[in-house]
Write a protein that binds this ligand. Sequence first.
Ligand code: ATP
Ligand code: MG
Length: 499
Amino acid sequence: MTIHTVPRLPSINSIRVRLLLVYVGILVVGFAVLALVTGQQISSAARVDYENRLKNEIRLIAQGIRASITDATVSDGTFDTLIAGYEAEIGGDLTVVLPEDLDRRGPPGQQGTGPRNGPPPNSRFDGAPEIESALRGDVIVIQRRDSSGHDALFTAAPVIEGQQGPRAPVIVQLSVPSSNLQRLVLERWVSLWLLVGLIALLALIAATLLARSIIRPLDALRESAVQLAKGDFSHRVAYNQKDEIGEVARAFNEMAHQVESMLDEQRAFASNTSHELRTPLTNIRLRSEALRYDDSLDEAMGERYITEIDDEANRMSGLIEDLTLLSRFDAGRAELGENQIDMAQFAASLKQRFWPQLTAKNIRFELATQPDVQPVLASLNHLTVVFRNLIDNAIKYMPGADGGQITWMTSAGVDGVCSVIQDTGRGIEAEQLPHLFERFYRADKARSRDIPGSGLGLAIVKSIVDAYGGTVSIASAGSGKGTTVTVFWPYRPVALTSR
Ligand code: ATP
Ligand code: MG
């Protein structure tokens, strides 16, 4: 038989790759959605932060400017340097809006009351919301285009409020390019994606390790299956974890163990069979050769040899019959009969058949049958094989010719008939009891040497009883203490009921 090593699975079909693809898919989609949602929130939070910062800055700048305006020692040059310093620090443009720049508008609440002397109409401060708010004492941030058409954030704060003096009101206005805020938001997005990428990478590594930890024992299982297919039935999977794969590994090892012991059994059976057949064949050949070539053989010896050849041939045909019956039950090809058999009558007729052997060995045979036992369904032939073997054993293993007792009790149960065959024979040692139903097993070989038999009788009994859904067991208190065999035969055999 050619054994092909199982080829490595194509990558897309392997569980490892499929697991990874599923993990990666879930991770990518999950993290992308999470990052988008979180990113949106981070952007708006960044915007709010930035606007608050601008508001605080403009308030502080307004305070600084107010201090320098009211300080008479501050020259125009120093004032310009101060403004330039603020601008550099904040990265925007500062404009100090003087009362004359706003003169046209009048104090809040009186806007639109008509032109006055002052700045030309359409001043760039005209109607600017941040200026309006600053005039009311509020600080807000507004996004709009600046005078050069670029998107910018505007805010303003009152330096000197309207009521505080003749020069009032003075407003300081700050414009910062929107790109500053966009850069900040972008930085936050980049850090978010870097974090998400890092977590995804870690999750991917974890998924790879997990997939590997699942696949590795499967690889071990595959390797063991290959070893088994190559005929190494002693190979076992070395994986003892208490997880699902561990269970598969244990089931696999159990299966390998069963196959191994089945094969061992079959090998032993084959070798025992050939041995059992070879012995009578050798005896026949030796005798037939003597009959043909040994001129010194007298007539009486010739007669004896012919009888022995006949006996050996009978033994062989009995053995072959037994083997055929066993193999039929093994293969499930044995037809279960449906004869209605009355156990009391059956036992009485079997007793008659054994009468010659019983009297020859001076054995008392007692039948104790409960009246009105319901008949069992079986093949008369099968039932005969079972009880003939059991009675045969009880007689065979009764030592000497000085008597003994065999009792066959039959009683009715709910589901079937219970037969107990008890003898006062040589008994069986406790350590041999578990092996009695094995094929070709003969207990106490030394003592059994002179008693004919091949060790198949009880194996056949068990095969037949099992096939009918019954049970058989043997008990003995030990050597010299007799044997008790108990057979339970169901009224309606399992195999018949399930038909
Ligand atoms: P075969 O039945 O094939 O002619 P066998 O009688 O040796 O040969 P089994 O009927 O299978 O084989 O019995 C197996 C062994 O069990 C016997 O060899 C015998 O040692 C032991 N045994 C069975 N029945 C009895 C019994 N009633 N008393 C003592 N030993 C028994
Ligand atoms: Mg026997």
